[in-house]
Design a protein around this ligand. Structure first.
Ligand SMILES: [Zn+2]
Length: 390
C-alpha cells in the first residue's frame, strides 16, 4: 500500500471511530425533541450557500425555487448532471432533523466543481435534484412539524370547512408531520369525506411544502419518463444500539413501509418494486462502506453502526413521501442518521454528515454506472437491526 494511502487510512480510521464503540452503557445518549440549533445551517445560510454553489459551480449546478412554505419562505432545488437516471433527494422534511442538509450542501459543493473522472462519470450518468431543506418553517422553529394551523388549511381548501383535521396534524404545534401528507394518487385534491384518515391510508396534500415536492416529482417524471430514485434524509434517536455488540446505530436504512409484501392491498400499483428499493438501499450501504473502511471496512467500528431501520412486516405508511413515490415506480431509500442530541459536538456531527454524504454518493455512483441493477436486493437483509426484528 502506498504510504500516502496508508496515512489516509489511518486518518480515516481515527476520524471515523465513534467514541462510544464497545460501550454497553448509554452514556452520552440523550434523546431530545429539539436539540440545540447552533452549528447547523439556518434557512438564511442555506439560501446564501446555494447561491454561492450556483455562482461558483464549474459543472453547471442550477438552483431553482420550486414553491413556497406556508410562511412564505422559498423552497429550493439544486440540479446538476446530464444523465437520464434521475436521483431526487430531500432533507429535513422533519424540521429538526438537520444532518442531511449539511451532507447535501457539502456534496453539491464538491460535485458542482470537481473535475475528476469519477465526478465526470457521475454527472454523465445521473441527473441529481436535491432539495436540502423541504420544511424550513419547521426548521426555523426547530421542530418536526411545519407551521400551518388548521384554520389556515381551511382557508386554502374551503371544501374542508367543518371537517376533522387530518390525523397527522398536531394541535399543540399548529402544524403537520409533512411526511404523512403524500398520496400515491399524484392528482389527489383534499376532500372532506376523506378526513381525518389514518396511518395506513394515504395523506391529503394539505401543505404547500408537500405540494411543491409533488409538483417537482411530476415535472421530473414528465421530463424523464420516470423518477428512478428518491432518497429521504432523517434523524433517528441517539440511543439505539446494534443488537449483540453494543455499537450505537450511526445510520439506519430502509425500503418503503407498505405492509406485508404478500398482501394484495397495493395490487392496483403494479409499478411498486420493493426489491428495487432494497437494491438502492444496499447501494447506499456500499457507499458508506467504501467511505468508512477504505479497504478495511470490516474492521471499522464506525461501519458496524450501519443498520436496517425499524420495519416489521406489517408496517404500512402509504402517506410517507417515499411510499407514495415507490407506488409510482421509484426506488426509494430512507436514511435515519443518529441525531436528536446536542451532546455530539462539531466533530461527531461532521462524521455523521460525512457518512450520510457517502451513502447518497454511493447510490448515485451505482445508478450512474448501472451497477445498482446487478445487486441482490436480499443482501439488504444482511444488515443488522437494533433489536426490533424478533
Ligand atoms: Zn424524520
Amino acid at each position: 500500500m502506498p504510504r500516502k494511502l496508508l496515512l489516509l487510512t489511518f486518518v480515516l480510521f481515527a476520524a471515523l471511530a465513534p467514541a462510544a464503540h464497545g460501550q454497553s452503557s448509554n452514556a452520552n445518549c440523550r434523546d431530545l425533541d429539539g436539540p440545540g440549533f447552533t452549528g447547523w445551517t439556518s434557512y438564511g445560510q442555506l439560501v446564501a450557500a446555494l447561491d454561492r454553489i450556483e455562482r461558483t459551480s464549474q459543472n453547471g449546478v442550477d438552483v431553482e425555487v420550486i414553491g413556497k412554505t406556508n410562511r412564505g419562505r422559498e423552497l429550493y432545488a439544486a440540479r446538476v448532471g446530464t444523465g437520464d437516471r434521475v436521483l431526487l433527494v430531500t432533507s429535513a422534511i422533519h424540521g429538526n432533523e438537520k444532518t442531511g442538509t449539511e451532507a447535501l450542501l457539502h456534496w453539491l459543493k464538491h460535485i458542482g466543481s470537481s473535475q475528476n473522472a469519477e465526478t465526470k462519470a457521475l454527472l454523465e450518468g445521473i441527473t441529481l435534484v436535491a432539495v436540502p431543506m423541504i420544511n424550513p418553517d419547521g426548521g426555523e422553529l426547530n421542530r418536526r412539524q411545519n407551521d400551518h394551523p388548521w384554520p389556515e388549511v381551511v382557508e386554502m381548501f374551503p371544501q374542508l370547512a367543518g371537517a376533522e383535521p387530518a390525523w397527522y396534524y398536531s394541535r399543540s404545534a399548529g402544524g403537520f408531520d409533512l411526511n404523512r401528507d403524500f398520496n400515491p394518487d399524484l392528482a389527489y385534491e383534499p376532500r372532506a369525506q376523506d378526513l381525518p384518515g389514518a396511518d395506513a391510508l394515504p395523506g391529503f396534500y394539505l401543505n404547500p411544502e408537500s405540494r411543491a415536492l409533488r409538483a417537482l416529482y411530476l415535472d421530473l417524471r414528465a421530463e424523464f419518463g420516470t423518477v428512478d430514485a428518491y432518497v429521504d434524509l432523517h434523524h433517528m434517536g441517539p440511543c439505539e444500539q446494534i443488537e449483540g455488540d453494543g455499537d450505537f446505530v450511526t445510520v439506519a436504512l430502509d425500503y418503503p413501509p407498505l405492509g406485508p409484501e404478500d398482501s394484495d392491498k397495493y395490487a392496483a400499483w403494479p409499478l411498486l418494486d420493493q426489491d428495487k428499493s432494497r437494491r438502492y438501499a444496499y447501494a447506499a450501504y456500499l457507499g458508506m462502506r467504501d467511505h468508512a473502511g477504505n479497504g478495511n471496512a470490516d474492521q471499522s467500528p464506525f461501519l458496524g453502526g450501519i443498520a436496517r431501520y425499524f420495519h416489521p412486516e406489517t408496517r404500512d405508511l402509504p402517506g410517507q413521501a417515499r411510499s407514495s413515490f415507490a407506488l409510482n415506480g421509484t426506488g426509494t431509500v430512507l436514511f435515519e442518521v443518529r441525531g436528536q442530541s446536542d451532546d455530539f459536538g462539531q466533530k461527531k456531527n461532521g462524521q455523521l454528515t460525512a457518512i450520510v454524504q457517502a451513502g447518497v454518493a454511493g447510490l448515485a455512483e451505482r445508478l450512474a454506472d448501472g451497477s445498482v441493477d446487478l445487486l441482490d436486493g436480499d443482501r439488504f437483509f444482511d444488515l443488522p437491526d437494533y433489536g426490533w426484528d424478533e
